[in-house]
Design a binder for this molecule. Structure first.
Ligand SMILES: NC(=O)c1ccc[n+]([C@@H]2O[C@H](COP(=O)([O-])OP(=O)(O)OC[C@H]3O[C@@H](n4cnc5c(N)ncnc54)[C@H](O)[C@@H]3O)[C@@H](O)[C@H]2O)c1
Length: 406
């Protein structure tokens, strides 16, 4: 309950001793807020009375979930869904959707053998080769045809078990197969658990540019089992740190302080990242305004991935470099230095190697967020103060990319 609503309810009788003075009430609410946040098992948006009924199955599911499980209720213009987060949540009797038809799992060749048998009641599995180079239309066609061969219908459910590549690709297949079937995202990398599994952006890359073909398709639910990260290779875990850093820069406040202070990325930090992303998506599902902040570091990051044929850098690594470029373009030298040290500490690159800076600068010009032929940037005023839609002199962009390679 937001403080204003709480005040209205508590003060209306005029008999509650702690709700007689509005200012004192608000101050008390402020003081207690961190405790409420910490003690909560679930986070539901305030002020939507009908939500109680819609979210009740998810809330009662928490009773069967491992003790540390948290529920976040995700909302957006086109749909809402439960997100369960915590260690062991995949092995418990927790599933974010009601049983409907059959369940078909899409995974990759690394994740399937490690965790495939943890997904309950799977009728068929489609296993893809691992890696960004396979986030293509050709792979999507393979998935569509496997789904057709398995006889998948609209009452059936797709499960995307894997990192962001599987999540984006399976999500895209779910958005388009028979014009849309439900997908449950089960993210298994840090990138996917803090970012890509939520918000409904799905798609594939083209050789010409990243994520150039896709659809918005909100998941029917997300299960983020943080214990799955134990099998993640260290370099992949590091790549996830870049998205954590990006999210912390966007959120500012406590999350930024924890991340900037070098705190370990645990389930609490993951939860804070999820809530930050979902708050943004709730305001703007389709990148028309508020959501653009989430592209921080991605304009140059995506260009680096495209210019290196999706083979040289992990997505998170490219985003880390993109963050440095964005901070240069923001004129934030001190913050840039701080972020560079944090990237280094996480084992992430801070120099662009094996890439032609001119090719990266060219790829920047093909960014999807171009308006009237001009690429727009997301810039940082300070942690928590992000500005979008900023036009930047192309020479400055070229020198920010050059600087990465220097
Ligand atoms: N849709 C969005 O909003 C959004 C947001 C951020 C990123 N993305 C996309 O996400 C993709 C990057 O995702 P990623 O970094 O997860 O890469 P990824 O999916 O390629 O996974 C990285 C590697 O880790 C392996 N792996 C995954 N989980 C594992 C586990 N638990 N144990 C062992 N190995 C495991 C995978 O097989 C792969 O080799 C990019 O394509 C990016 O565009 C999308």
């Amino acid at each position: 309950v937001e403080p204003r609503g709480a005040w209205q309810r508590a003060s209306s009788s005029g008999t509650r001793p702690l709700a007689l003075d509005r200012d004192r009430f608000m101050a008390l609410h402020d003081r207690r807020r961190p405790l409420y946040e910490e003690a909560a098992d679930g986070y539901l948006p305030a002020g939507d009375r009908g939500l109680v009924h819609r979210a009740l199955p998810a809330v009662t599911t928490l009773l069967r979930a491992p003790a540390q499980t948290k529920l976040v209720w995700a909302t957006s213009r086109s749909g809402e869904y439960p997100v369960f987060v915590g260690p062991g949540v995949l092995d418990a009797a927790v599933w974010p959707t009601e049983p409907a038809g059959r369940r078909i799992c899409v995974t990759d060749a690394n994740v399937g053998p490690l965790h495939g048998d943890r997904v309950p009641a799977v009728d068929a599995t489609v296993t893809l080769p691992a890696g960004e180079q396979h986030k293509t239309l050709a792979t999507a066609e393979h998935v569509w045809r496997e789904l057709a061969r398995a006889g998948m219908g609209r009452e059936d459910e797709l499960v995307a078990l894997g990192g962001g590549v599987v999540g984006d690709l399976a999500g895209f297949c779910a958005a388009t197969y028979q014009r849309g079937v439900p997908v449950v995202q089960v993210p298994t990398t840090l990138v996917a658990q803090v970012d890509s599994a939520y918000g409904g952006k799905t798609g594939v890359d083209l050789p010409e540019a990243k994520n150039y073909v896709g659809a918005y398709h909100q998941p029917a639910g997300v299960l983020a089992d943080t214990s799955l990260l134990a099998s993640l290779p260290p370099a992949e875990l590091a790549a996830g740190h870049a998205e954590v850093l990006k999210t912390a820069l966007i959120a500012g406040g406590e999350l930024w302080e924890r991340v900037a202070g070098g705190e370990e990325v645990d389930a609490t930090v993951i939860l804070a990242c999820i809530r930050t992303k979902l708050e943004v998506v709730a305001l703007d599902e389709r990148d028309e305004g508020a959501r653009q902040v989430l592209n921080l570091g991605h304009t140059v990051g995506h260009a680096i991935e495209t210019a290196t044929a999706y083979a040289r850098y992990r997505h998170g690594e490219a985003v880390g470099l993109g963050l440095l470029a964005a901070l240069r373009l923001s004129g934030q030298d001190e913050l840039r230095q701080q972020v560079a040290s944090l990237l280094e500490r996480a084992g992430l690159p801070t120099r662009l190697e094996d890439a032609d800076p001119a090719a990266v600068t060219d790829a920047v010009q093909r960014d999807k967020k171009r308006r009237r032929g001009e690429v727009r940037f997301v810039l940082v005023r300070a942690p928590g103060q992000i500005v979008t839609g900023q036009a930047v002199d192309p020479d400055e962009v070229a020198s920010a990319v050059q600087e990465l390679a220097a």
